[in-house]
Design a protein around this ligand. Structure first.
Ligand code: NAD
Length: 469
């Protein structure tokens, strides 16, 4: 590290709001210099990102344990493994993604060639959320740099230790001329959003998503909003209940339910409901043993405010599993609720905690109607043995992402775009789609100088009109 970096590290300096305009000016200068267009530079940044994460795995695990009580396995599963494989995938394909993409030129444009030329946008702002602090900063940073942009990242202040570690490490590994970290909360973000960016990727709740989009509109800056919502999980009448219980409660309990694509609630037939509850209870025993609330394999709720919010939701139905809380440590036991009114608070807001309401519906059609009446969710899940049910669900339900007979696992497929629809967000990333999202796909045509067919030039004539058809 150079002296400036060391100074920053030692004094934990962050870039103050009065310096944002100068920071943007510096990034624009870097961008204009062409530095970030060089594919070798981009690849080196991706490599350095991988090194940052692997060199500092222990420190990352430590801050995530402090911020969220994340168990080490979940640090790897939910944050690092996805980033490592994403970096490998991006580095492997980067040259191909960045190449001009030839398209055919119709007769009227002949002789000539046409192609799509991906080019970087400029300066991208990334606003992260607290639940997967590293995944939600480095996940978007990866395509932003791969596409050749300069970037400002602002980790969420709600996970302060993670934010501080990223502010410390990023300048040590990534090119400081092109990547800046800003730490801060509402005031800093508000100030940051006054600057002009070429794209903003925001991850978080819809209320702040609207603030971000409003601010972006001042500069006509395009936004990608990675929001949340209530992701439903439907159990078909012929579903394998033990399998459904195991997979869905895993998805509900990782990170103590604070995952944007966690199954939010379950829809099941009245006849299967109690068997499903029993199967979930058995799976929880296997996963966490007797002391579920105290298990070292189970995360905390992020802070006291969210703890209180989730705790209040426990009153919205009959607790049939769990219900225990540890206020001193912000922990809530994996909890299943039944007899929940469809309009109860727990069914109005995204739960974002380890509480699973199970509601009953008579069949798949009723389940799909229930989902369609509500905001489009970020993910939708169906457990079934029937190909027909699978097809109807896939063709009927609109959601950002979908998974049949499992939850969350589509995240591991780099070729699948990730993002919401309607109230769950706009714009997708991951893999090539992420590269394209943070590029401008410039349309280019190059004409040969000769010959020059006269057909489009005046004087117009009947014959020329005919040739144009
Ligand atoms: P958060 O509170 O950490 O906020 C996200 C960002 O917005 C932070 O950087 C924060 O500083 C900034 N911010 C907060 N208030 C602001 C304001 N008034 N003005 C400007 N900026 C402000 O995150 P959150 O909203 O609690 O995150 C939880 C939500 O995020 C859930 O709805 C969840 O589903 C969603 N989420 C979505 C994804 C996804 O990839 N789609 C991933 C994780 C979380």
């Amino acid at each position: 590290p150079n002296p400036e970096q060391r100074l920053r590290k030692d004094s934990k300096m962050t870039i103050a709001p009065e310096h944002y305009p100068a920071m943007l000016a510096e990034l624009r200068q870097t961008f204009a210099s062409g530095l970030t267009r060089d594919l070798a530079w981009r690849d080196a940044q991706l490599e350095a990102m991988g090194k940052l994460l692997s060199d500092n795995e222990e420190a990352i695990g430590r801050v995530l344990a402090e911020d969220l009580g994340k168990p080490p396995q979940e640090v790897l599963l939910g944050e690092l493994a996805l980033l490592f494989s994403g970096i490998r995938h991006t580095r492997k394909h980067l040259k191909r993604w960045a190449r001009p993409r030839k398209v055919s030129t119709p007769a009227v444009g002949q002789p000539g060639r046409s192609w799509v030329q991906p080019e970087p946008l400029g300066v991208v702002l990334i606003l992260g959320a607290w639940n997967y602090p590293f995944q939600l900063i480095f996940g978007p940073l990866m395509p932003a740099l791969a596409a050749g942009n300069c970037v400002v990242v602002k980790p969420s202040e709600i996970a302060p230790k993670s934010s501080a570690l990223m502010a410390e490490l990023i300048p040590l590994y990534l090119d400081q001329r092109a990547v800046k970290v800003v730490e801060g909360a509402v005031d800093e973000t508000t100030e940051l959003l006054k600057q002009r960016f070429d794209h903003i990727i925001y991850t978080g709740g819809a209320a702040v998503g609207k603030i971000v989009m409003r601010a972006a509109s001042e500069h006509l800056t395009p936004v990608t909003l990675e929001l949340g919502g209530k992701s439903p999980c439907v159990i078909d009448r012929d579903a394998d209940l033990a399998l459904a219980a195991r997979r869905l409660i895993w998805g509900k309990c990782i990170n103590a339910g604070q995952s944007c694509i966690a199954p939010d609630y379950v829809l099941v037939s009245p006849e299967q409901r109690d068997d499903l509850v029993a199967a979930i209870d058995a799976e929880l025993d296997k996963m966490y043993g007797e002391d579920r609330l105290g298990s070292a394999d189970y995360a905390n709720i992020i802070n006291a405010r969210h703890f209180q919010r989730v705790r209040e939701l426990l009153d919205d139905g009959k607790v049939v599993i769990g219900g225990g809380v540890d206020e001193a440590r912000n922990r809530i036991e994996p909890t299943v609720l039944v007899d929940v009114a469809p309009d109860a608070p727990v069914m109005r807001e995204e739960i974002f905690g380890p509480v699973l309401p199970i509601l009953t519906v008579n069949d798949l059609d009723e389940a799909m109607a229930f989902i369609l009446e509500r905001d489009k969710p970020l993910a939708a899940y169906l457990f079934t043995r029937s190909k027909d049910s699978e097809q109807r669900f896939v063709e009927t339900v609109s959601s950002g992402n979908m998974c049949i007979n499992d939850v969350i696992m589509f995240m591991a497929v780099h070729e699948l775009p990730f993002g919401g629809v309607g109230m769950s967000g706009m714009g997708q990333y991951h893999g090539k789609v992420g590269f394209d999202r943070l590029s401008h796909l410039k349309a280019v045509m190059s004409r040969a100088r000769t010959p020059e067919p006269p057909v489009r030039f005046a004087p117009y004539s009947e014959l020329k009109m005919k040739l144009l058809r």
